[in-house]
Design a protein around this ligand. Structure first.
Ligand SMILES: Nc1ncnc2c1ncn2[C@@H]1O[C@H](COP(=O)(O)OP(=O)(O)OP(=O)(O)O)[C@@H](O)[C@H]1O
Ligand SMILES: O=c1[nH]c(=O)c2[nH+]cn([C@@H]3O[C@H](COP(=O)(O)O)[C@@H](O)[C@H]3O)c2[nH]1
Ligand SMILES: NC(=O)CC[C@H](N)C(=O)O
Ligand SMILES: [Mg+2]
Length: 504
């Protein structure tokens, strides 16, 4: 029996799938208007979504729903949809709930089995349930008094919060309770199955062909390359692009680490000039991302032609896909990740993305299973567009120099104090804002630098790291004393949602 997740366009649909994978159940994501054979379905989950149920033409119940006799977990939009369809009322709230919210369980239920009465959950909604359908009871409320969970104790279990995100405490337990206690399913799936299946698929698809791989030295592309290497052996050329938007010294370190640690060869292409030329004068973040995406492909096409390759391996993972709105029909575009939403229309290469449906931490586990050393697997993520999306607004060579230096100081401070390993991702952002200062009795007028450090598991939700004041103080003083061009340092204390990790 499988678990079916009906996608209403949530940013977190695949996170639901992944929690279910982790719990050892097989799951399938379907669009809300896709047909489905309901025979093998043991549980159904309705995802959240960006629309409002009371609006005309908002997505409704699936056509097959009448034929399905099992139980349903409705999350956020999924909850609101069920309430609306069964005669309850949903309205826009005066205030929204985004990020951390306190919850109180007010009635015992199987889905809350083994869970404390007061817990922290993550919300991401502006609408809420005003009135439940007749046969439903409220089983949990948020601190603001909003109905946070309800059930009819027969078919529907509804949650206004997101149990699938890591920042919700007991989220996994809630989903597990739903699958095992409410739906009575038994687990039988693993990531080892995934590796075996992928290597076979890659072999079938690529054997006898020449292939280039886009290798950044980051976690995802390293794992993707090793996986493909396992599948097809020698006919693989790894290409690393220096686009001029890399961190300080990275253009030397990546090839060195890769050859030394993995023993894999890698071709470094110096494309600094074209990237920076194409980006000159561009301010809009989406335009920047698309230019970067296109230039990457042009470099790979050129190298593929030289090598005689027809396919390009990318280390795309699910968060890249979802934020670029390339997954479900109703998914909103948040930002075009260079390797997905930023790809050009016309391309000579067929793209192969073996990790496309996995999340960062699953990719790390696959990497460990493949025997890749920790020093690569546990590197912090670094976005393909690099410092290009960390200089807010126009990119200039002067700003690149300033940001490289400042970021290097911040990262060194974290490393020296043991905080680098404790944070999921830490970096600096150069703002297009200048501010007045006084240095040695002289007036100064320099840029503002934002430090960002977040705690996360897979980058889909994140909270700002509670760095001790002394660490922030040390970083700020060192940057202000050492980096010319920075006149003020601030710390970003926004969670995702409603912010994102990168600023652009
Ligand atoms: N400088 C680069 N040279 C070649 N390919 C790159 C470069 N930067 C990114 N890519 C390609 O784009 C993909 C997406 O980049 P992304 O940063 O998400 O992944 P990653 O670098 O492999 O891992 P990490 O998220 O840990 O940095 C990479 O997997 C890789 O295929
Ligand atoms: O390869 C990439 N190409 C991109 O265009 C891109 N944009 C964001 N990121 C990384 O994705 C994670 C989530 O970031 P956001 O919250 O900013 O979307 C974080 O780890 C970001 O660094 C990117 N990676
Ligand atoms: N995350 C969601 O499912 C949001 C549902 C709806 N769009 C709201 O804002 O309430
Ligand atoms: Mg990267």
């Amino acid at each position: 029996m499988k678990v079916v997740i009906v996608d209403y366009g949530s940013q977190y649909t695949q996170l639901i799938a992944r929690v279910i994978r982790e719990l050892g159940y097989y799951s399938q994501v379907v669009q809300y208007d896709e047909p489905l054979d309901t025979d093998e379905v043991g549980a159904v989950i309705f995802s959240g979504g960006p629309e409002s149920v009371y609006e005309e033409n908002s997505p409704g119940l699936p056509e097959w729903f009448e034929r399905y006799n099992g139980k349903v977990l409705g999350i956020c939009y999924g909850m609101q949809l069920v309430v609306h369809a069964l005669g309850g009322a949903v309205e826009q709230g005066k205030t929204a709930e985004y990020g951390r919210t306190e919850l109180e369980i007010i009635k015992d239920d199987d889905i809350f089995s083994g869970i404390e009465k007061h817990l922290t959950v993550w919300m991401s909604h502006g609408d809420h349930v005003k009135k439940l359908p007749k046969t439903f009871k409220t089983i949990a409320k948020s601190k603001d008094g909003i109905i946070a969970a309800a059930t009819d104790e027969k078919k529907f279990w509804l949650l206004q919060f997101h149990p699938e995100v890591r920042h919700t405490s007991y989220g996994r337990e809630i989903i597990e309770n739903f699958l095992s206690r409410v739906c009575k399913l038994v687990p039988n799936w693993s990531l080892e199955d995934f590796i075996k299946q992928k290597i076979n698929e890659l072999r079938e698809h690529l054997s006898g062909k020449k292939v280039v791989a886009a290798l950044s030295g980051g976690v995802d592309s390293s794992v993707a390359c090793v996986l493909v290497h396992r599948a097809i052996g020698e006919n693989l050329l790894n290409v690393f692009v220096d686009h001029g938007l890399l961190r300080k010294n990275e253009e030397e370190e990546v090839p060195r680490i890769f050859r030394q640690v993995l023993g894999l060869n890698l071709l470094k292409i110096d494309a600094r000039k074209v990237f920076l030329e194409k980006l000159r004068g561009i301010v809009d973040p989406e335009k920047k991302r698309k230019i970067i995406g296109e230039q990457f492909i042009r470099v790979f096409e050129k190298e593929a032609k030289r090598y005689g390759a027809t396919h390009l391996i990318q280390g795309t993972i699910y968060s890249d896909v979802i934020e670029s709105a390339k997954s479900g029909k109703k998914t909103a575009a948040i930002k075009s990740h260079h390797n997905v939403g930023g790809l050009p229309q016309r391309m000579d290469l067929e793209i192969v993305e073996p990790l496309k449906n996995l999340f960062k931490d699953e990719v790390r586990i696959v990497g460990e299973m493949l025997g890749i050393p920790r020093s690569i697997i546990h590197r912090q993520p670094f976005p393909g567009p690099g410092l290009g999306v960390r200089i807010v607004g126009e990119i200039t060579e002067e700003k690149l120099e300033i940001l490289k230096e400042a970021d290097d100081v911040f990262i060194q401070v974290l490393k020296e104090t043991g905080w680098y390993e404790k944070t999921w991702q830490a970096f600096s952002v150069l703002l297009p804002v200048r501010s007045v200062g006084v240095r040695g009795d002289k007036r100064a007028y320099d840029y503002v630098l934002a430090l960002r450090s977040v705690d996360s598991v897979e980058g889909m939700t994140a909270d700002w790291s509670r760095l001790p004041h002394e660490i922030l103080d040390l970083a700020s003083r060192r940057i202000l004393n050492r980096v010319k061009g920075i006149g003020r340092v601030v710390y970003d204390i926004s969670s995702k949602p409603p912010a994102t990790i990168e600023w652009e």
